[in-house]
Design a protein. Sequence first.
Length: 248
Amino acid sequence: MSGFFRVVASERLKIGRPPIWLLLSVSPLLALLIGIFVNLDSPGVADGSEWGTLIVAMSMLHAVMLLPVLAGILAAWVCRYEHAGGGWKQLLALPVTRATVYAAKLTVVVGLIGICQLMLLAAMWLVGLYKGISAPFPWSMVLTSLTGSWLACFPLAALQLGASLAWSSFGIPLAINVSFTVPNLLILNSAKIAPFYPWAQPVLALVPDTLQSGGMLLPPMESLILTVTGSFIAFATAGLIYFVKKEI
């Protein structure tokens, strides 16, 4: 266990430069700008639904496109140092197993995604204050939704980490991730495909009760849990087996 924390600490030092934090703030900042321009005084916004309208508006771009892409970028980011200048040999020369290294890198990726979610939470709260919404902030609903969409990113992080371990190029894993994220715009309206499409799970898990009236064909929560859990186990196991057997 001590080896795991040493590797995590090492990864934290590698990513502790300004660009990674700027990257994490892109989606929350865009959500904040979107929230500022949401018109809560329009006839379509019923009394008492201001928070729900605002949260949905701020969450859609984040969950549909930016969050899945961010998972891929972060997975490639945590591997870029090892791909440069024989870094893998130096890392694996330490008294730690490959399974420990894989688990530590995956933990860092999902941890950074969690920080992005917290930034989005802060953006929602700030926009609500700016707009003077009188109703209390729905902490329970928002925390549950953000946690659900964070957990739904675990399979994407595992899959993209495996791709980043396989290819030294930063662009190839990113291109793969983007190519599977873009179809979200169509797949989310398919009741047959969306429940089983990993890239659709972050938005399906985000605010399902609120989005139910938005025209999106949402599956039962049991289907989301089954898809997220099953795909995470499959992707993480495949990535770990590949990394353990890979010749470096």
